[in-house]
Design a protein around this ligand. Structure first.
Ligand SMILES: Nc1ncnc2c1ncn2[C@@H]1O[C@H](COP(=O)(O)OP(=O)(O)OP(=O)(O)O)[C@@H](O)[C@H]1O
Ligand SMILES: [Mg+2]
Length: 270
């Protein structure tokens, strides 16, 4: 299989409940009376990539932020493996927000890559990548830095290890950010529009890294407006609109069979 080939389009048929890494059930979220998530049911599976696409304002980023409890939720439940995300159960129908320590422990298992990289400006690329393992996981400094260098090599940036973010292009910064997320050995990687703030000529190098992660079996949820990237890396694509996941399926069938005007328009564009 070439790197560009879609991975296991038949995967959906083989999902078992046991392989769900993320399970969202009727998740609701409002901001000042505006209901942004209006009953989200959404699963993500071990070693699979699901992309989330949909119109601006449909709640994609909000959903992603709820998955690692950067946002609280108003109703419903989110499970990460066998744990409730952000909450503990007080009784059958009462949830209480989890402690800071519990939330931090869970977040350490879920990597996140943001649109705007969010690197530490005062640290070299190497230190950006090594800092999580050292400060969050207590890894020995030498071991963390050796591993950080290996990760920078994996994203094609070993020669930039000593550079500071301001000395790197957007594409290079995003590749450092991906290496930094990987350094924590996440069980799940969330990406929110990882290529959308890049100049067009830099999209390719970041897409290539994401494609390689997908081929290596990294469990990912990727929000993107880059439909070719979504088609390329995803086992399934979920279409969000009006605060709900309206449809999901392998790219081949989602675009051709959907009745959703937004998806049909994309299909016509090719
Ligand atoms: N912290 C917040 N406070 C108030 N409103 C918010 C907040 N975060 C998001 N919203 C609103 O929620 C809605 C959904 O926003 P969200 O960022 O999830 O959309 P999106 O699908 O990611 O859009 P885009 O494709 O443009 O990134 C929007 O109307 C937005 O203005
Ligand atoms: Mg967004």
């Amino acid at each position: 299989m070439t790197a560009a080939a879609p991975r296991m389009p038949e995967a959906a048929a083989r999902h078992t409940p046991q392989s769900a890494v993320v399970r969202c059930r009727d998740v609701r979220k409002s901001f000042r009376g505006l209901e942004v998530l209006r009953g989200i049911d959404f699963d993500a599976y071990d070693r699979r990539v699901v992309s989330i696409i949909g119109p601006s304002g449909s709640g994609k980023s909000t959903l992603l932020r709820c998955l690692n409890h950067l946002e609280t939720i108003d109703a419903g439940e989110i499970w990460f493996k066998d744990e409730l995300v952000g909450y503990r159960r007080r009784s059958a129908d009462v949830l209480q927000e989890a402690s800071h320590a519990e939330i931090a422990r869970m977040r350490a298992r879920i990597g996140m890559v943001f649109q705007n990289f969010n690197l530490f400006g005062h640290m070299s690329a190497l230190d950006n990548v090594a800092s999580g393992p050292i400060h969050v996981k207590g890894a020995p400094r030498k071991q963390a830095r050796d591993r950080a260098l290996a990760l920078l090599e994996r994203v094609g940036l070993a020669e930039k290890a000593r550079s500071y973010p301001r000395e790197l292009s957007g594409g290079q910064q995003q590749r450092v950010a991906i290496a930094r997320a990987l350094a924590m050995e996440p069980e799940l990687l969330l990406m929110d529009e990882p290529t959308s703030s890049l100049d067009p000529e830099l999209v390719g190098e970041v897409s290539e890294v994401i494609r390689a992660l997908a081929s290596a079996g990294t469990t990912m949820i990727v929000v993107t407006h880059e439909i070719p990237l979504a088609r390329d890396i995803s086992d399934e694509i979920a279409f969000m609109a009006d605060g709900r996941v309206q449809e999901r399926g392998p790219a081949q069938t989602l675009f051709s069979s959907s009745q959703q005007p937004w998806l049909r328009k994309l299909a016509q564009r090719g």
